[in-house]
Write a protein that binds this ligand. Structure first.
Ligand code: NAP
Length: 257
């Protein structure tokens, strides 16, 4: 197997789905990782598989103090990471008409948007000082247009795209690169609950390999798989009247997960 030159990285949401697949991809190539997520038992299982290479940090990405402590510990033990991947995210249907969904809306925004900023924050100054680093944010094609029934999720992913662009331009004159990754449909526990057709869906392991290639090339923005990139471009071109007509009957993500 070809060894990657990535020596160390931080991955949030490493307990499941895309984050776990990314962790396993880089671990198999010999990298050392900081694995962050709330479910400690799943992180411990990863640690048992790769005890020499995994540092686990059971935490919630809404907790800046916990992330700062984890970053401090990892940098002390391993050094400034080559890559930080802010992947943790949640998806659930929300409808503004229901009061209880407003709380869910807040949670989605806190995790999917603020969680990215909080994950990056403690690494930026050390990366600047080290003269290296790549910050990767996981957004979604769902952020390209507002999907019905996914008011919070679409808003959070659109906000993530804009946030990551602001950060990329802000850091342009430093040695830190910012990569925005927009997955289409990837087979994970997040999509396992969907009962509607998911075009061009790919497995998480396949997705992880494709993401790693994008990160290696330090592309500023990429959609994976590429077919969903074309779909996304088309969606952006549609005038509102046509988009509204086409999507008014689109299937909704369940509200209660
Ligand atoms: N699957 C897709 O088709 C798809 C498409 C576009 C974008 N995405 C994005 O890709 C990312 C990964 O999704 P996935 O499909 O791999 O879903 P997943 O299997 O449900 O994994 C989500 C991960 O995020 C972690 N997480 C959620 N809330 C967290 C919190 N508050 N603090 C810390 N960690 C948290 C979860 O860990 P714990 O529960 O253990 O905390 C889990 O490891 C998400 O940002 C998602 O929006 C996925």
């Amino acid at each position: 197997m070809q060894k990657s030159h990535v020596k160390s990285l931080v991955i949030s949401g490493a307990s499941s789905g895309i984050g776990l697949a990314l962790a396993q991809h880089y671990l198999q190539q010999g990298a050392t990782i900081a694995a962050m997520a709330r479910r400690a038992d799943l992180l411990e299982a990863l640690f048992r598989q790769f005890p020499q290479q995994v540092h686990i940090y059971p935490l919630d990405v809404r907790d800046l103090t916990a992330i700062q402590a984890a970053a401090h510990d990892f940098i002390n033990k391993v050094g400034v990471p080559d890559i930080v991947i802010a992947n943790a995210g949640v998806s659930r249907g929300t409808l503004t008409e229901y009061a209880e969904d407003i709380h869910a809306f807040q949670q989605v925004m806190d995790i999917n948007v603020m969680g990215i900023a909080k994950t990056f924050q403690p690494f930026i100054a050390p990366m600047k000082a080290a003269g290296k680093g790549t910050l990767v944010g996981i957004s979604s094609v769902a952020g390209f247009r507002g999907l019905p029934g996914s008011e919070a999720y679409s808003a959070s992913k659109a906000a993530a795209i804009s946030y990551l662009e602001s950060l990329r331009v802000e850091l342009r004159h430093t040695d830190i690169k910012v990569v925005t990754l927009c997955p289409g449909y990837i087979r994970t526990p997040m999509t396992d609950v969907n009962t509607y057709p998911m075009p061009f869906i790919i497995d998480a392991d396949d997705a992880a390999q494709r993401f790693a290639k994008v990160i290696e090339k330090q592309k500023s923005f990429a959609v994976v798989p590429w077919q969903m990139g074309l779909v996304g471009k088309l969606l952006k071109l549609l005038p509102n009247w046509l988009y509204d007509l086409a999507f008014s009957k689109a299937p909704h993500k369940p509200r209660n997960i």
